[in-house]
Design a protein around this ligand. Structure first.
Ligand code: CU
Length: 175
């Protein structure tokens, strides 16, 4: 409450500059509102994904079955797994590793299942800078189609403790 009431309705009449400013701000707000909705579809920055509830134990079971079924080798004790083209692939996130090393085929679509066995992690796929959140209790299924062959580094980008900086993994994409 002011000490004394303004003498008149303070905003009336509206000055010219004030009117221009209000119109500019309104147009910008409307533009951003429409742009935000359009960009959701046209911007290609949203990963086609579905999320399911899952317990860490069940996810670990499914992922380990997947690893055992499609394992093609090992790299320093870490399983190298080549899932069938167009099928399901699992990536386990935990303190402090991403398992297994996935071998995917360029141009093929995979259902990449992501979940954590302990706490929240982030999955950053470099160098394309694709960033996803991984939560325990959720099976986050991302439809992924590699468009480039090569080796891609996985880095945890959600601080998760003393070994966070060592939490790395790999996806190999073959022609
Ligand atoms: Cu982490």
């Amino acid at each position: 409450m002011s000490i004394s009431a303004p003498e008149r309705i303070w905003w009336r009449p509206l000055a010219k500059e004030e009117k221009i400013w209000v119109i500019v701000a309104l147009c910008w707000a409307i533009f951003m509102f429409i742009f935000m909705i359009a960009w959701h579809g046209a911007g290609r920055q949203n990963n086609p994904s579905t999320t399911y509830r899952i317990t860490p134990a069940v996810f670990a079971q499914e992922a380990n079955d997947f690893i055992a079924k499609y394992k093609v080798g090992e790299d320093k004790g870490r399983a190298i797994v080549a899932p069938p083209a167009g099928g399901d692939a699992y990536l386990i996130s935990r303190l402090w590793s991403f398992d297994p090393i996935l071998v995917l085929k360029k141009g093929e679509r995979y259902r990449l299942h992501l979940s954590s066995l302990d706490l929240q992690h982030g999955l950053s796929i470099q160098p394309m800078n694709l960033n996803l959140q991984i939560l325990p209790g959720y099976d986050f299924v991302v439809n992924i189609t590699p468009t480039e062959a090569g080796e891609f580094s996985l880095i945890c980008n959600e601080y998760c403790g003393i070994g966070h900086h060592k939490m790395v993994g790999k996806i190999i994409v073959k022609e």
